[in-house]
Each structure stands twice: as structure tokens, then as C-alpha cells.
Design a protein around this ligand. Sequence first.
Ligand code: WQD
Length: 322
Amino acid sequence: MVTGGAGYIGAHVVQALRRDGHDVAVIDDLSTGSRDRLTNDTPLFPCSVLDTELVTDSLRAHGSELVVHVAAKKAVEQSIAEPLMYYRENVIGMHSVLTAMVQAGTRKMLFSSSAAVYGTSTGDLVDEQADTAPASPYGWTKLMCEQMIRDTAVAAGLDWMALRYFNVAGAADPGLADRGENNLIPKVFRAICSGVPPQIFGDSYPTRDGTCIRDYIHVADVADAHAAAVRGMSGGAPSAIYNIGTGSGTSVLEVMHTARRITGRDFDWDVRPPRAGDSPAVVADAAKIRAGLGWESRYDLDDIIGSAWQSWSSRIEIPLAR
Ligand code: WQD
């Protein structure tokens, strides 16, 4: 059962698990997800993860052996403005899903966690032993959820894995693209399509070109990591936390130049003041999952930006000069 399986990342996870031969069903409240991201033969239980009884009934009806819990709110800035909504949706949501799992007898959980649990980093590669010091309510919700899983696993005998996503982008096909407004790459395309310059939040950071560095990971790689984790859990692999990243960093300026090259659009950008809470550099050390599950990323930034652009280029409202 994939919660949030009708969303951007969830739908890619559903596709990867179906390809691996699993009998996948989805719980989604369709607040940001949509049914058209799922195949017609994928059962959808349209409910909120907060509705514990409906989640329990759905797990029982589908005979779920494992929950992939992706459903969550994930916009850092929004979490700062609306912390109580984030604690309700992400933390009480996790409480509800774990309660339903115990009631339904579903004993395995794969959790969608985040690099946001690490907070500001020193600029070196971040491994799973790094200090966790979330810089936002969003990051705190993910860290609290990891602890809730650990404690419930001890009390109720669950097997679990938590995957800490770094910066997820791209699309396995145009129909599954990120239609959100929160993250850099969709915001760059939205700006290009509406003919306004995208913004760079700060260009005086202590990095190679002054702009922030992140580990952009293709959503198809992220989905494959979930399939590898489910295979591992089905094969008795121990409960664990894994970073999901490429291990290499890209600056915002490098994203802009790559987007110019790939889209063929000679757009400019506006440099704005730095955004509160941003770390100069957050890049994954992805060695642990390679050793533990045999997974590593396959796609690079060109694949990410090229695949994401495919879903946007058909929506250009104001054709820009080539
Ligand atoms: C990336 C970089 C911005 C927009 C995300 C999310 C969350 C989590 C971790 C999974 C930053 C800069 C952005 C813009 C810009 N992933 N930027 N102009 O903050 O790294 O974190 O990944 O849980 O999804 O919190 O992602 O895409 O907001 O920003 O210059 O218009 O791009 O300053 O350096 P972030 P982001």
C-alpha cells in the first residue's frame, strides 16, 4: 500500500513497484495528487491518512503486507508559516498510519524521509551518521516520524526502512511530472513558460560560484531505490536509514546554465536576497545504500532537467526568442 501514491513522487514509486511485480494499491486524499497519475487497474482508496479507521479498512481490504508511507506536506517555507498544519499532516498522519498498521496486522513500513532532517551542513558529504538538526518544522516532522517508527517497531515488532531523499526532480514520463510550485527546477520552468526571469536566492554563499549547492536526484532513481528497499525488506534485510542522493552537488547557477542549454531558451535570472534557513551545501554520501541494497543513482542533471522540461515545453504561454 503506497500512501500518497497519486502524487508526484508516490506515482513514480507505484510504477516502479508494479514493474517489480508487486500488487500495489494506493491511499491518497487527492489534495495534491491525481488519479490520472495511476493506471486504471491500480486500486485507489481515496481517503486521508488521518482517517485511521478508513486506513485500517483499506489495509485489510487489500491484504497489505507493507506500507510505503509517502503522503506528507513537504514545502519548507510553508512549514515555517503553518507549523501546526505540518505537525498534523506529517506527525499525526504517521501516528494514524502506524496505528492502522498495528490494527490491520501490516508489519513492514518503508518511510519517505528527507535530507531536511540534517539541517545546515558543513559542506562535506552528509552520511546517515551526521548530526540531525532540522532547520524547519518540515525537517522536524520527518525526524519525529523516524523516531515514531523506531519505537513502534520495538513495541509491535515492525520491520522498517527510512529513505532520506535529497533534492528530487525530473520525471519518468511527462504525465508524472512535478506540478508543484515549491522546488527550484519546476519554478525555473514555470518562470520560463510565463516569460519572467527565475530567481536565485543569494549568490554570496561560501561555494564555488556563490550560489547554494544541492544533490539533485532523478525521481526515477528515487523510485528504483524504493523498489530495492522493498526487495531488501522482503528478503529479511535489517531495518535501516538510507540517504537517497547521487553523491555529487550542483549549484543553482549551474542549474540555470543547464536549463538554458537544454531548453534552448536564452533566459536571464534575478538574484534575490538569500532565503532564511538555506544551507550553503547539502550533498549526500550515498555509500551505505549501495553497500546495503545494491542501489545507486543512474541519471545525471541533464537527464533530470531534460525529462522535467518535456512536461513543461508543451505549456509555453509566451514563446521566448530562441
Ligand atoms: C533548492 C535550492 C534554494 C527556488 C528541498 C525540500 C524538500 C526536501 C529537501 C525532500 C536552494 C534555491 C530555490 C528558487 C532558488 N526534499 N532556490 N530559487 O530547500 O534544498 O529542499 O529538498 O524532502 O523537498 O525542502 O529545495 O528546491 O526549495 O531549493 O535559488 O526560486 O535552490 O535557495 O538553495 P531545498 P528547493
